[in-house]
Design a protein around this ligand. Structure first.
Ligand code: MN
Length: 216
């Protein structure tokens, strides 16, 4: 991944994604957030693409969904990381998209099958540059928003994440040994929706800039 203001690249290892990490999105997705915590799924490493390359409309779907998300990149890891130490492992933060083949997801959900085919397809995570902690600090609060063709669709704040970044790292590290290069997509706020070929998606996070992704 690109690093803002640098020729250096961040080598991505694994991509962990958080599901239903904002209360209002959990509710719109049919969860009772008082009873059902967020959860994890994964994308392959090469799902991450440069937002400047645009987003090719994927095959096998006629319901392509956007999800604005903050990316967290780790420069170190471990097992059973204490939440109090978790931010020490963060290299930087960025803006990204978790693109979803919604029709395939609904079929999978209806049959209690895995989500992989709806979430883990080629180029499904167009991302902006990473902003290193050492120059930009930690992104813990701040507006996260998404527009389609100039119309605001998603508008929330990082402080509304159900599992904060330290909690997410800590919980994930109980399931996997985290290693440098691991990346977490931290979930999308409410008001997800669909896009079609030709749409222009803008995603921004206060302090992490804005990306513009054209659906081609
Ligand atoms: Mn998502």
């Amino acid at each position: 991944m690109e690093v803002a203001g640098s020729a250096q690249r961040f080598p991505v290892r694994r991509i962990y994604c958080l599901g239903r990490n904002y209360r209002a999105h959990a509710i719109e997705s049919g969860d009772n957030p008082d009873e059902t915590p967020p959860f994890f799924f994964m994308k392959p490493r090469d799902a991450v693409t440069d937002y400047r390359d645009g987003f090719p409309y994927p095959p096998m779907t006629s319901a392509l969904r956007y999800e604005a998300e903050m990316i967290v990149a780790l420069h170190s890891g471990g097992r059973d990381i204490d939440p109090a130490d978790a931010l020490d492992h963060v290299y930087g933060y960025g803006v990204g998209l978790d693109m979803t083949r919604q029709d395939l997801q609904e079929i999978a959900q209806g049959l209690s099958r895995p989500w992989a085919i709806s979430k883990s397809f080629d180029k499904s995570a167009p991302c902006g540059p990473l902003y290193p902690v050492e120059t930009n600090g930690h992104a813990v609060t701040g507006r996260i928003w998404l527009s389609v063709n100039g119309e605001i669709k998603q508008d929330s704040d990082l402080s509304l994440q159900r599992w904060s970044v330290p909690e997410a790292i800590s919980i994930l590290s109980r399931h996997y040994e985290l290693v440098d290069g691991d990346v977490i997509l931290t979930g999308t706020p409410e008001n997800i929706g669909l896009v079609v070929k030709g749409d222009v998606i803008n995603v921004g996070i206060e302090s992490l800039g804005e990306i513009e992704v054209v659906v081609t």
